[in-house]
Design a protein around this ligand. Sequence first.
Ligand SMILES: Cc1ncc(COP(=O)(O)O)c(C=O)c1O
Ligand SMILES: N[C@@H](CCCC[NH3+])C(=O)O
Length: 445
Amino acid sequence: MTNKNANSNLIIDGCDTVKLAKEFGTPLYVVSQQKIEERCREIYKVFLSEYKNTRALYASKSFLTMAMCKIVEKEGLGLDVVSGGELYTALKADFPTEKIIFHGNNKSYEELYMAIENEIGRIVVDNFYEFELIEQIALKLDKKVNILYRITPGVNSDTHKYITTGQKDSKFGIPLEKDIITDAVKKALSSESIGMKGFHFHVGSQLFDNTSHIEAVDIAIRLMKELKDDLGYITEELNTGGGYGIPHLKDDIRRSLKYFIKPLMDRISLKISEYNLSMPEIMIEPGRWIVGEAGTTLYTIGSIKEIPGLRTYVAIDGGMTDNPRPSLYGAKYYGDIANKMNKEKVCEVTIAGKCCESGDILMKNLEVPHIVPGDILAVYNTGAYNFSMASNYNRSLRSAVVLINNGQAEVMVERQGYEDLLRGERIPKMLSNKEISPSKVKGII
Ligand SMILES: Cc1ncc(COP(=O)(O)O)c(C=O)c1O
Ligand SMILES: N[C@@H](CCCC[NH3+])C(=O)O
């Protein structure tokens, strides 16, 4: 819950954000456990308890730490991972392996080996090459691997083009040409190492209407019908992906989960009975919708530059390194001056990051009270695809992540130090015959 105290400071979940900035430093990702739990419980209420034979997974690419795995596990969701790194994090956090689903369009032999040896629940197979790797590894380890095939439904979705995934011309999934997909299913059915469980589609991310999900349902269920008629194959599971959008600006609409789920489930039931099929297990895998609004990023304001008659640039101590979404997708955010919540807003400013890039602009036209260096800027709804997409560009240090709950705050991820930047670096001997001794660096490090 967002609030303010008598000192005019922004309070989130009982924590004074100005104190958090002081205690943990900035930039700081602040993550509300309560908000994540509320979202997980809404999933339970609207989807899992409302419809039988359903499963919900958290798409960990949106935000993953070992602590996040613990929250997701406690809330009874499964986990969607998309890389060896995400899988490793989940395994180190002791996440139940049978509840993990492994996505990705080019999983390596080593990544698949880790998945199969640890007996994770499902591998979502994206292409024939991957299928062959899985078979080889399964034979070697004498394991049976349960798979879903990712299909490309060939539907468009209304979002930034970099985050549409269901269109025909996509790097993800198996094209729905009849001979290609039939061949894929035949291969899986005839392999002793493979359990052919069903299909997956994911149409895109940050969606505010449900038409592309519905179109994809029609296509997937028609495929199920054809495969039943042609091969006698009964689909047991249908994973409908994630993509549910969240608001970023003050006046953006906020879609309830029901807005997405009800029409999706109604359509699935309709099509299943129209084709006289048996109902498969239905899965969803939202990421952003679970964690996006649980995150707030705190920055300290530094230089302020006015270009008379044009604009005022207010620079913060982070930027595209901790939130690349504005520069990558033109994403818009909203924020407040966390230590001046009761002060009247008097002007509009442009919030600039500190990277050496003109495009490193976090927000344009943010209304603010009179501000000075040292004020704290809070940017809302940064929980998804911020920390997980952060970089060390310009040798910036990655920010700390703090978990808050009911007035308490604890570090989830430590802030990087300069030594972290050098970890793994070597100065090759061929650059110098002499022994190179590390020099001492003075300053506040
Ligand atoms: C396969 C898959 N599942 C789930 C998601 C989660 O998407 P979102 O965070 O938009 O819910 C993604 C990302 O777009 C994805 O690629
Ligand atoms: N990184 C994207 C979402 C990608 C979803 C993965 N397919 C974003 O920040 O909006």
